[in-house]
Write a protein that binds this ligand. Structure first.
Ligand code: EPU
Length: 432
């Protein structure tokens, strides 16, 4: 069996995670490359002849994306030990298979990658975490704005850019991360000047922007407006090596863990600048975060954690992808906390699992009210989505008694070697 399938099978075979209580963590952990940067960069590999990605996270979502690239005709070479992947060669198909696309939300990025590379794409609606309806109307509206034909056939969306496509002077109705990334990817194929307004400015979007600059595209940002200047195709770089930024959500997950158990916990290979809102909320809650350098912090457990209020928002606001992990922490903080989820309409499923562990949480619409309890107790719980699974891992480590998290595939979709990293810190966790 080839390496890619072998890796997918080796992660995919695990069903649950067993967690034993952990009294404290003293040690250091290194953050992997960002999943949500690697995915648009993999889609961008369609735009060049030969791309090597360094600091590449080997996890299920990125492996599924590599499998899609192979089916689109690209050659893929993996170097897991060096955290490196090489994608090269031409495109032989423009159809993204349903079975793979339905496994993860990031598959929608092949729409932009294919449109930018060859002007047409057949993609299924994406899968991913069940955290709301997650429409892609903005992605399609942008393609239509460029003059593309958009058709729905047999469960697939077929998009054809008619040549010559009109200019991309476009304003998004709402801030969308992958919508912005898809627009950027698509515009690579259209020579000239374009303007995108009301764009997402998440660090992962800006990582794609940096990549496009390396390729030879001039991108300027003014607030939430981006000006993009695409030179003739012949002037673009065709072969390059690019380093994926550190995963700020994985980093934030470890910071929360450090806030509960750090004696202290040192977190390395992160980018402190991308973690402003997370560090601010940790500090407000009574956690001491000591910044040692722009890429390294140490976190001391908060002796008396206090309840705080959180409202998720697009970057630079508090990330929706950190809300679940904070909920686990605030479950054992002194006093009350309020979390308001403003990005996704159904992202509180972890609250009901945390309740099984003794947390006192009341959910009303997009608001969760948390009354801190003395301690959590181990239980059999179920991971309902990727970040929910991280919150349950945190809860399991601080709980009294054993915890078993079912459906652990969600964790493996988005965290590289989480079990091994925790074991390296002395935690007793076992994938089963
Ligand atoms: N939305 C629309 N129409 C669209 C696009 C988005 O109504 O065409 C809505 C969504 O339903 C949501 C809001 O806009 O209510 C924001 O969604 P966005 O498009 O920004 O989310 P996304 O691009 O699908 C990415 C990350 C998510 C992360 C969100 C928000 C990737 C692959 N996924 O999703 O990551 O939560 O941005 O920051 O980049 C995760 O890693 O666990 C994860 C869910």
């Amino acid at each position: 069996m080839e390496v890619l399938d072998h890796l997918i099978n080796s992660y995919g075979r695990f069903k649950r995670l067993l967690i034993k209580p952990c009294g404290g963590i003293k040690g250091e952990v290194s953050v992997s490359g960002a999943k949500n940067s690697a995915l648009p960069l993999l889609a961008a590999s369609l735009l060049v002849e030969d791309l090597t990605l360094e600091n590449f996270p080997f996890l299920l979502d990125t492996l599924y994306a590599l499998k899609i690239l192979k089916l689109l005709g690209k050659e893929v070479e993996l170097f897991p030990d060096r955290k490196r992947v090489r994608i090269y060669g031409g495109i032989t198909s423009t159809k993204v298979p349903l079975e793979l696309a339905s496994l993860f939300r990031g598959s929608i990025l092949f729409l932009g990658g294919l449109l930018g590379a060859v002007g047409k794409a057949i993609v299924p609606p994406p899968g991913g975490c069940p955290i709301g309806s997650r429409p892609i109307d903005q992605h399609l509206k942008f393609a239509e704005h460029l003059g593309a034909d958009v058709d729905f056939e047999n469960g697939y969306i077929s998009v054809n850019l008619k040549a010559p496509a009109s200019r991309g002077d476009f304003s998004f109705d709402l801030i969308t991360v992958t919508g912005t990334e898809n627009a950027l990817l698509t515009l690579v194929g259209i020579e000239g000047e374009h303007t995108l307004r009301n764009v997402a400015l998440e660090p992962e979007v800006l990582d794609l922007v940096n990549f496009l600059r390396e390729v030879g595209i001039n991108v300027e940002t003014y607030g939430r407006t981006m000006k993009i200047e695409v030179p003739p195709k012949g002037k673009l770089k065709r072969r390059l090596t690019y380093r994926v930024i550190p995963d700020r959500i994985e980093a934030g997950t470890f910071l929360v863990l450090g806030g509960l158990l750090g004696e202290p916990l040192r977190v390395k290979n992160l980018n402190v600048d991308n973690l402003g809102a997370v560090i601010e909320k940790l500090t407000l809650s009574g956690v001491r975060v000591n910044v040692l350098s722009p890429s390294e912090v140490e976190v001391f457990r908060g002796e008396t954690l206090r309840g705080i209020d959180i409202e998720t928002a697009p970057y630079p606001g508090f990330p929706t992808d950190m809300q679940a992990q904070f909920m686990a922490m605030l479950s054992v903080a002194r006093g009350n906390s309020v979390i308001v989820e403003r990005i996704f309409e159904n992202r509180f499923k972890h609250a009901f699992e945390l309740q099984k562990m003794g947390a006192n949480i009341a959910v009303k619409g997009n608001t969760a009210l948390i009354e801190g309890v003395e301690s959590l107790k181990g239980a059999k719980v179920k991971a309902t989505d990727l970040r929910a699974s991280a919150s349950l891992v945190i809860a399991g480590l601080i709980a009294r008694g054993e915890t078993v998290i079912e459906n652990i595939g969600h964790l493996l979709r988005g965290y590289e070697d989480m079990d091994k990293k925790l074991q390296g810190l002395g935690c007793e966790v076992v994938l089963l």
